[in-house]
Each structure stands twice: as structure tokens, then as C-alpha cells.
Write a protein that binds this ligand. Structure first.
Ligand code: BGC
Length: 819
């Protein structure tokens, strides 16, 4: 080898060595990052709790002076907290007095998401439960489990090495339940939901959702009830009462003003005191006063510069001191701001709980940033819940709720909340045998929205299946068109697996392009056509106008081709809207002969729609929000994120740095609620805007007459009676909506506001009933920003009995309101 060659070889060797070193360093760094990331992820997401199992004897039942009790702390004596005859407050105080500071601090945060992720020993926890209240083994307090959500319990349906299944019932979405305007029915649904919560071993179900539909585009509107706070509050209270009648808790969410999903973790809502009180807080207030829920979930967002979970004003002054809320407040998941500030504000429980939060609380307690009094206040509330929970019975869970009976309740409630928007003598179907189904969602019906509001149900009845169950024949030629389309677009029909994937990408089946020639091939063999328009959305993202609020070009084309072809053959077309939030209807509603707003009716959806189309059930649902002509008609559209920015999952887990004021982006970093109290019909009425379908609207197969409205004022309560007669030919139910207005008002107030409502029982043709409806005079007050309190204007008020906000049937004055 020459000298030059050996030098070259040396250089190559050196370079190789260097590269190897670099490579090894990179690899080492990657391993370190992976390990520390893993540790961080483990202690901050999966498992934040290191409590060891109690090593002592089992908890025994012993008898003292003839009273049998569970000796929870195994001291052989009857402690006050073990004595169920004692007041809950005393029991909680006794337990609290026996706990160490560390045990108390551990209680202030959950134990992570181990069970949610299906980890840990199989005999521990409930697979799929998203949160916990940690155990205090020394005192015999077990782990409590919390899980979503508003349309039914959300847990994993299967478990490793376990042949049993743990399916839950997918009940109708919140918006559909509100459309029933039937509090008794909603309470029944809640009862069934609560029963599944109890039987599957959960202690608290994370729902219902009580945020207001400020804009039709909020991605989570389907989980919420209405654009109106009274409807929200009454339906929400019925749901809470129904669920909690099982001895399990609810978590009414998201408190408060969480009306958009875009940048939901950091968005700052700029809102007037009046709008907050009259619109956004009002529904929660009604729920608290009428149902006293076990828990409330604070929202991620800020309200006027302060995170809701850190706002003492919201969580203590208003919620507790003003309204008398006695339960606990928990954060929304990973809504982790400053733990000590959250506890001080009255946000008692941090969910799902991280190691970092535990350490921060320990430190804050040590350096006096967090007072022992604040800790005790929150812990006492948590202990009260724990002592009341099914686990303390302990309730012998069956893991076998009556899913069949619950499916029946689902079917019934879904059909009662579906809203008939148009009917040119087409429905109920008569002399119809063969039905042509168009639109992918006809075949792939959507039971409910995505994200934490979704449920793992055993099955969903599609529209086609429902119609077949009702004895109709589904048109072969139309089905074949769909099958061919599905085969050609198999990939697009693949649904995202798992909550997170579905969250980022809510699945709606792709829509087929339908030519006139294709429809012509079908029309000869069909008696009638149904076109289903489907929409899906969920947590983490808002909807957009194009191809979502508005029909897509393909949908418009499909509708036009079906209507023209069927009408040319003298056959009718029905549109079924399988949606979770409002869409545009004004531009196309003239084309079909009937429109049924079916919402997303849970797992029995197809059967429920068939019940209405066949006439087995007479529709009695009413709109809980306005269907505007155009999106921009909503005042909120001037200040709403219209771009549909996708959720950044990473930002949920990290504490984002506050941006300097000049970098803040409107409708992302902050949203100005410039419309104030003028949300929904309050705005459309005040500005005399035409709408496509007004708030409170819905048709029936029969007609009702309103007569003999009487009003009496007794002890501060306005009592209204009104008689309703079914003047049509078939049995049906009528919703009576009570609006109040004040024509001589001295302040800026809506033209009319919903104050109460009632639904008749099923009235046969010619049958009548008297409804009694009442509400306190104080409900006529407005929030006076000058005095920061409710003010009742004196003088006269007008009370309307109405069939919709734009169909007032009877009106009466109340002169000179007593003060
Ligand atoms: C949602 C809550 C839900 C929680 C637990 C959050 O992302 O905002 O509504 O209860 O997750 O799943």
C-alpha cells in the first residue's frame, strides 16, 4: 500500500468512526427522549397514582349496639363516617379529620387514564372509563369511576380474555332529546342511562351537556340541547334527575360558554355579564336548582380573561353562593392550568389527574399558596360524593343491564324527538310498498356524533333495516346503485378506529353522484323515494359552511335528479335529515314533498324513522333551535371561527404559553360575543328576519286547537291553564310553548322569550285536555348590569301560548305585576 493510500484509508476510518459516534449519540438521545417521554406520558396521562393496596385485613361487617356496619378503617369500632344513620356532612367531616394531608391531596386529582386505555390488571377498574376519584385504602374508600357521556355510557365493549360483552345503549343525541320537549320522557331516558352506569360499575356519568347553540357550526352542538336556556335547563334537569334516581352521579358540562371547539383549550370568551347570566349560565342555573347534580364539569375556555376552572367568581360566587350548588366541580380532561388556583376557585377535582398536578399541589400546600381550608373544602365535597356512591354499598354490579328494554326506550324517545318540517300530504305513507333509498347515509345511518359523546353500542338499525322491519320493501335497483358505489369507494367508507381518530376526523359516508339516467332506472319499480342527507361532527372541531352547513354539489344534484324524475312519474320524494346540527334548507326545501328531521336517534334510529314514516307514531318533535335562511343571518357568524381549524391534540396535554396581546387571533384565541343576549330566535325576532324554520316549529299528522287560556298569580307564581283539543283525524301530542313579552319595556330586551312549556298526553281525535303550566314571576326579570343583579320591570307583561315561536295561538296580558 502506498503512503497516499494508507493516508486515505486513515481518513476514511476516522470519518467512519466520527459518523458512528454521531449515529450512536443520536440513537442514545432518541432512547433518552423515548424513555423520558414514556415516563412523562405514563405519569401524566396513564397513571398518576402510586397508592399501594392496603395490606391489612379485609373490610368486615360488624355489629355495634344492634347496628350492622362496614368497619371501613378496620379499627373494630363504629366511626361516625361509617354510620349511615348520621348526616352526610358529619360523616364527611369525621373522615376528613382522620386523613393525612397527602391522602387529601391525592384525592384532588384522578389517577390518570389507565382504565380508559384498557391497561392494568383485568380485575381492576372498568375498561374504557376515562376518569377516577382515587381510593384511600387505609380508610376503606375505594376507587370511583367516571365515564362519558351525554348520549349514553361510553366504556369498552370488550375486554381481554373475557367472553362477555359490555355494550351500552346509544340513546338519541342531546339535541334530539330536547326536540321532544317532553321532560317525563327525557327523565325516563336518563333513568335507563343511569341504570347502565350503575350496573357496569361506574359512579358518575359525564353528561349531560348544557352549552348553548350559539352558532349552528359548533362541532358539539349535537351533545347540547338548544339555543334557548329554558329548554336547555328543563331538559337537562330531567336528564340529571333520571340518571341520578339510580344513585349514581352526573357531570353537567361544560361550565361555561364553551360554544366553539376551535382552540377550545385556550379560547377566551369576551362576553357581557348580562349575556352570561341570561343565556349561557341560565340553563346550568335551572339544572342546579331543579336537580342538584352530583358534579359539574368546568370548561377549558377562559371567560373574560380567566380560565373557567380558575374562576372563583363562576365556581364559588355564582355556582355555590348564588345558586346553592352542593356537589363537586371537576375539570374537563387535561384542562390543567394552575392546580392551586383551580382548587382555590372551587374546582375540586382535576381530571384525569397527572403526577405533575399532584406535585404542584403538594408544593403549593407546603409553601402556603394553597390553604388547608381550601384543600379541606374540596376534599369534604369529594368525600360526600364518595360516601354516597354505589361503591360504598357496596352495590353488587351485574354487568348485565336490560339492554333490550333500553333499546325500546331509545326507539320511543327518538321518534318523539324527530321533527316533521314539511308534509305536502305525503306522510304517513299510504299505499306504498316499494321504497327507493338514495344517499349513502340511508344505508349507513348515523346513530350519534363522534368523540366522547359517542357510545359503543352493539348495533345501529339503518333506515333500510327499519323500513324493512316495518314491512316495506327496499328497492333493489336503488340499493344496487349504492352497493356499486360503495365497492368502488371502499377506502372512503372505512371508518376511523378509536375515539381519537374519530375526533380528528368525524366519519360521514361519502356521497354518490347520481345521474338522471341512474334515477330513471329506479323510478319504475319504486312507489316513493327517500333521500337521506347525513352529517357528522364531534369534539375538537367545528363545522364549516361549504359542503357541511350547505349541501354539497353532489347532494344538490342527487336531490334535483331524484325529485325531477320521481315527480315526472307522479311519485313523491321525502328527505330524511340524519344530522347532528343545523344545515341550510331554504334553497332546496321546495323540491321534496316531505322533510323529516330525524337527527341522530341512537341505535334504533332506523326503526324510529320508520315508525314516523309509517304513521305508527305521529310526529310531535319541535325545533330546539332556528333553521336560518343563511348562516350569516345568525348574529354570531360575525364572530365565530368559520374555517374549521382542526384540533391540536398536543396542545391539550401541554400548558400553552400565553400569547402577547398583539399576536392574538380573533375567533381562535378570543371570541367576542358581540351579539350579547341576541342568540337564536331572540336575534331573528328582534331584527324581523325571515327564517327557514323557526324555533319551536314542528308539524303533526293532526291539528290542535288552543282555547280558554287563563292566568292567575299566586304567591309569586304565574299559573297558566290552557285547553288543547285534537281537531284532526289521528291521535297525537301537542307541545305548548309559553312566551313572555313586554311591549312597554324601558330596556333593551328580546321581543319574546320562552318561559315554560308542556306537552299533552296522546290525545285521540276530538279529545281535549287542560294543561297547567307555571313559572315564578321572577323569571320575567332581566340581568341589570348597573346593579349586578336581577331586576323585575314593573307594569304589564304579555303571555303567549304558542305552537312555535312564530305561531302564537293565544295571548293574554298580565296587568300590574305585583312586586
Ligand atoms: C371532553 C369532555 C369529556 C372528557 C372525558 C373531554 O375531551 O371535552 O366532554 O367528558 O373529554 O372524555
Amino acid at each position: 500500500m502506498s503512503h497516499i493510500d494508507s493516508n486515505k484509508a486513515k481518513v476514511v476510518k476516522k470519518t467512519m468512526k466520527f459518523l458512528l459516534k454521531v449515529l450512536l449519540s443520536i440513537l442514545g438521545l432518541a432512547v433518552v427522549i423515548a424513555i423520558s417521554g414514556g415516563i412523562y406520558f405514563n405519569s401524566n396521562v396513564i397513571n398518576s397514582e402510586k397508592i399501594k393496596k392496603h395490606k391489612g385485613p379485609d373490610i368486615n361487617e360488624i355489629t355495634f349496639n344492634g347496628y350492622a356496619f362496614r368497619d371501613l378503617n378496620r379499627n373494630g369500632e363504629l366511626d361516625i363516617y361509617e354510620d349511615k344513620r348520621k348526616p352526610l356532612e358529619d360523616r364527611a367531616n369525621d373522615l376528613l379529620s382522620q386523613m393525612t394531608l397527602d391522602e387529601k391531596i391525592r384525592l384532588l386529582k384522578g389517577s390518570g387514564m389507565k382504565s380508559a386505555m384498557g391497561m392494568g390488571p383485568s380485575d381492576e377498574g372498568v375498561r374504557g372509563a376515562v376518569g377516577t376519584i382515587v381510593s384511600t385504602p387505609r380508610m376503606g374508600i375505594p376507587t370511583l369511576y367516571l365515564s362519558d357521556g351525554p348520549a349514553g355510557l361510553r366504556i369498552n365493549p370488550t375486554r381481554k380474555n373475557d367472553e362477555n360483552t359490555y355494550y351500552c345503549t346509544a340513546f338519541p343525541i342531546g339535541t334530539l332529546l330536547a326536540s321532544t320537549w317532553n321532560v317525563d320522557l327525557v327523565e325516563k331516558v336518563g333513568d335507563a342511562m343511569g341504570n347502565e352506569t350503575l350496573e357496569y360499575g361506574l359512579d358518575v356519568i359525564l353528561g349531560p351537556g348544557a352549552n348553548i347553540h350559539r352558532s349552528p357550526l359548533c362541532g358539539r352542538n349535537f351533545e347540547y340541547y338548544s339555543e334557548d336556556p329554558v329548554l336547555t335547563g328543563e331538559i337537562g334537569a330531567a336528564m340529571v334527575n333520571g340518571i341520578e334516581s339510580n344513585g349514581v352521579g352526573t357531570s353537567v358540562k361544560h361550565f361555561v360558554a364553551n360554544n366553539q371547539e376551535t382552540n377550545r383549550n385556550f379560547n377566551d370568551v369576551h362576553i357581557s355579564e348580562r349575556a352570561l347570566r341570561e343565556i349561557y349560565l341560565k340553563g346550568f342555573e335551572i339544572i342546579v336548582k331543579k336537580a342538584q347534580p352530583w358534579t359539574i364539569m368546568s370548561s377549558y375556555n377562559k371567560v373574560n380573561g380567566t380560565y373557567a376552572s380558575e374562576s372563583r367568581d363562576l365556581l364559588t360566587d355564582i355556582l355555590r353562593d348564588d345558586w346553592g350548588f352542593e356537589g363537586i366541580v371537576m375539570t374537563d380532561w387535561f384542562g390543567k392550568k394552575t392546580p392551586s388556583a383551580q382548587i382555590h376557585a372551587g374546582n375540586d377535582l382535576l381530571e384525569p389527574g397527572t403526577r405533575k398536578q399532584y406535585k404542584a399541589l403538594k408544593k403549593a400546600a407546603k409553601n402556603g399558596e394553597l390553604s388547608e381550608e381550601d384543600i379541606n373544602t374540596s376534599v369534604r365535597r369529594i368525600l360526600k360524593l364518595a360516601l354516597n356512591s354505589p361503591k360504598m354499598g357496596p352495590y353488587p354490579i351485574s354487568n348485565d343491564p336490560d339492554l333490550k328494554a333500553h333499546a325500546e326506550i331509545t326507539r320511543q324517545s327518538a321518534s318523539e324527538g324527530m321533527v316533521l318540517l314539511k308534509n305536502d300530504g305525503t306522510l304517513p305513507l299510504k299505499r306504498v310498498n316499494n321504497i327507493a333509498l338514495f344517499g349513502s347515509t340511508s344505508y349507513d345511518f348515523i346513530a350519534g356524533g363522534t368523540g366522547s359523546g359517542d357510545v359503543n353500542e352493539a348495533y345501529t338499525v339503518s333506515l333500510g333495516e327499519g323500513l324493512e322491519n316495518a314491512g316495506f320493501v327496499i328497492n333493489e335497483a336503488a340499493s344496487q346503485l349504492f352497493d356499486a358505489f360503495k365497492t368502488a369507494h371502499a377506502e372512503e367508507f372505512e371508518k376511523p378506529e378509536g375515539t381519537l381518530a374519530a375526533m380528528v376526523n368525524p366519519f360521514t359516508a361519502p356521497e354518490m353522484k347520481l345521474t338522471k339516467t341512474q334515477v330513471t332506472e329506479v323510478v319504475g319499480t319504486a312507489d316513493v323515494a327517500i333521500v337521506t342527507i347525513g352529517r357528522n361532527s364531534g369534539e375538537g372541531g367545528d363545522r364549516v359552511e361549504k359542503d357541511d352547513f350547505l349541501l354539497s354539489a353532489d347532494e344538490n344534484e342527487m336531490l334535483k335528479n331524484v325529485c325531477e324524475t320521481f315527480h315526472a312519474s307522479g311519485k313523491k320524494v321525502i328527505v330524511v335529515m340524519n344530522i347532528g346540527g343545523v344545515i341550510e334548507t331554504a334553497s332546496w326545501k321546495e323540491q321534496p314533498d316531505a322533510i323529516l328531521l330525524a337527527w341522530q336517534g341512537g341505535q334504533e334510529s332506523g326503526n324510529s324513522v320508520a315508525d314516523i314514516l309509517s304513521g305508527k307514531v305521529n310526529p310531535s318533535g319541535r325545533l330546539p333551535m332556528t333553521f336560518p335562511i343563511a348562516l350569516k343571518d345568525h348574529k354570531s357568524s360575525a364572530n365565530f371561527p368559520m374555517e374549521g381549524i382542526a384540533m391540536n391534540l398536543g396542545s391539550m396535554l401541554s400548558n400553552k404559553k400565553e400569547k402577547p396581546a398583539e399576536e392574538l387571533i380573533a375567533n381562535v384565541d378570543y371570541t367576542k360575543y358581540e351579539e350579547g343576549i341576541y342568540v337564536g330566535y331572540r336575534h331573528f325576532d328582534k331584527n324581523k328576519l325571515d327564517v327557514s324554520y323557526p324555533f319551536g316549529y314542528g308539524l303533526s299528522y293532526t291539528e290542535f286547537d288552543y282555547f280558554n287560556m287563563e292566568i292567575e298569580l299566586v304567591d309569586g307564581i304565574i299559573h297558566i291553564t290552557v285547553e288543547i283539543e285534537n281537531t284532526g283525524k289521528v291521535p297525537g301530542k301537542e307541545v305548548v310553548e309559553i312566551y313572555a313579552s313586554k311591549s312597554d319595556t324601558k330596556i333593551d330586551r328580546p321581543l319574546q322569550e320562552l318561559k315554560a312549556f308542556a306537552k299533552t298526553p296522546l290525545l285521540n281525535s276530538g279529545e281535549s285536555t287542560e294543561l297547567s303550566i307555571h313559572f315564578p314571576i321572577s323569571d320575567l326579570s332581566y340581568w341589570n348590569e348597573d346593579s349586578s343583579g336581577w331586576t323585575l320591570e314593573e307594569g304589564s307583561y304579555t303571555i303567549h301560548s304558542a305552537s312555535s315561536s312564530r305561531d302564537i295561538r293565544l295571548t293574554k296580558e298580565i296587568l300590574d305585576l305585583p312586586r
